[in-house]
Design a protein around this ligand. Structure first.
Ligand code: PRP
Ligand code: MN
Ligand code: MG
Length: 183
């Protein structure tokens, strides 16, 4: 285990098992729909990469880069689009792939924007759902794990751009971030 990690919250094995289940569920729901998976960079890149390999129906993939936080731990409340989709989504079935839904601000902004482009449907799949932190009531269609309000990193999730490459979801030691809240 990494020295900055207090405890493993979701192990590599648990993630693998759950991602496979999600892939099977999504494959059933999107059979013959040729959905576009929209990966929200940067955090969702690891989950997206594992999830698509558990989906056994035709799909396509595109990327959007969003940032709602600076280098720190507090939400600025401002959601910035750093990179938009390259794919037109009119009449497409869109599945947004996220690593974590926390306050819901990011998903609220992204879904509102994408809906203006007239997709056939739009749903959210997140690996982690931190329901206690919600500010905006966002409907999550698929989630991997509901987690408590602790500071988690790994499997795509960062603190100041570190720890994204850890293969598990870990709780960061308090001394590493001292007094911040989480994303
Ligand atoms: C994190 C996370 C989600 C978002 C969730 O992204 O990856 O996208 O925050 O928080 P919210 O529900 O409160 O909006 P972040 O802005 O840190 O960018 P990153 O994915 O590049 O780390
Ligand atoms: Mn993110
Ligand atoms: Mg982040």
């Amino acid at each position: 285990m990494h020295e900055d990690i207090e405890k493993i919250l979701v192990s590599q094995e648990e993630i693998k098992k759950r991602v496979k289940e999600l892939g099977e569920e999504i494959s059933r729901d999107y059979k013959d729909k040729f959905p576009l998976f929209v990966c929200i960079l940067r955090g969702a890149f690891v989950f997206l990469a594992d999830l698509v390999r558990e989906v056994h129906v035709p799909i396509s993939v595109d990327f959007m880069a969003i940032s709602s936080y600076g280098g720190k731990t507090e939400s600025s409340g401002q959601v910035k689009i750093l990179k938009d989709l390259d794919t037109p989504i009119e009449d497409r079935h869109v599945l947004i792939v996220e690593d974590i839904v926390d306050t819901g601000l990011t998903m609220d902004a992204v879904t509102r924007l994408l809906k203006t482009r007239k997709p056939k449907s739009i749903k959210i799949c997140t690996l982690l759902d931190k329901v206690d932190r919600r500010i905006i009531n966002i409907k999550v269609d698929y989630y991997g794990f509901r987690i408590p309000n602790s500071f988690v990193v790994g499997y795509g999730l960062d603190y100041e751009e570190k720890y994204r490459n850890l293969p598990y979801i870990g709780i960061l030691k308090e001394k590493v971030y001292k007094g911040g809240s989480n994303n």
